[in-house]
Design a protein around this ligand. Sequence first.
Ligand code: FRU
Length: 452
Amino acid sequence: MSFPRPRFHLTPARNWMNDPNGLVFTGDRWHAFFQFNPEGNDWGNMSWGHASSPDLLHWDEHPVALHHRPGEQIYSGSIVAGDDGTLSAFYTSAYDRGIQATSRATSVDGGTTWTMDAANPVIDRGSSDFRDPKVVRVPDGGWLMLAVEAVERRVVFYSSDDLSTWRETGSFGPIGPEGVVWECPDLVRLPVEGTTERVWVLLLSTNPVGDDADPAGSAMHYVVGDLADGVFHCLDGGLRPLDLGRDCYAGVTFDSAPEGSAVMLAWMGNWRYAHVVPSSPWRGAMSLPRTLGLRRTGDALQLVQRPVLPRFDVLDASALRIEPHAVLDVRWDPAAAGTVRLRLAGEGDAAVDVVHDPAARTLSVSRTGRTADALHPDFAGVRTAPLADPASGGLTLVIDGPLLEVFADDGLTVLSHLVTLGAGPVTISASAATSVVPTVQVGTVRVDAPAD
Ligand code: FRU
């Protein structure tokens, strides 16, 4: 079994990719840099790969932007566009001697070529786990940098007026489960639906560590809060899951996105089994870009994710044998249907079941079949998410080769998964507990496949 290449998600032409790094909108294009191994299809020799896109769906890959050097790998970080158009990349220098520090590189040609600062590293705390700097512009002027002390489960904050000199302003954490490292923080100011209000949200990725590490593996979370004196404070609820699927990690947002929108891209992978994902000559894919916002439900503010969907041609709704590159819009009468079950059946006995259960108020996605079992002992199985609005009567599924993203509750509930349906046609069947038949609108996506 090998994974077919996605058509409208970002993948590298060849070699290993993990986290998105340095997402920036500049020169009318979306630029995505990413953790990349220029020399192979496994994690290692970490460098920043580079791709750009006019529409977030068609990507052109460019030469490696920041190359690893003797004694130094280039781990995750971010890019900001200055007022004069200069791009500043802040990245993790992961030195072979065991220190992780923040370094800077600049580009004056829109991200094609980069010069590393002579004064690097810019911030060295003498720490072995200080990484993933994310720089954001703050509304009252200046810049804020967030980075993690990963093992301490803390986000550390620095502020700067000129992107050169940084002053530590405080830290956030630890909160939430122990036995994990914190990685890839981001801070976004999100609009609350139906209001003119904007609220600060911290995005955070956590990866279980240690001998009895949680087999569920790595996952993304968010925290709703406020920013005061250069430090984030939690307002309510603590860490909440951002995506209840198995494969959404290290998500961060684009700097300088049009209209101040928060557009997130995440790595569709899980450190638990990323190294054995059967794709070649590439390994690693990004999620669909998702615009983030907040919705007030009762007393709580909850994260809403809206995917940037490719244009698609809607097929006859009875054509339920599809190419594995499609958008499925599933609708039913919530008053009559009861539990709705959707089965995607692929090669051999590979299947994915999506079950919407309004009585239990849950949405579950399970990966089954021999190829899922064989991939890794912790790969197959079911994930269950609470439904915020069980009476909503609708789901959107995006399938692109080995990638499945399920959106429910009008963007409140999202599950992203790698799936092993194979490269051939996928058979879709939808059924309900009652005689109601859910309608499935299938859109086949017209995007040219990148060549292997
Ligand atoms: C997250 C991460 C980061 C690190 C990078 C290394 O997936 O572990 O913390 O900078 O990947 O590739």
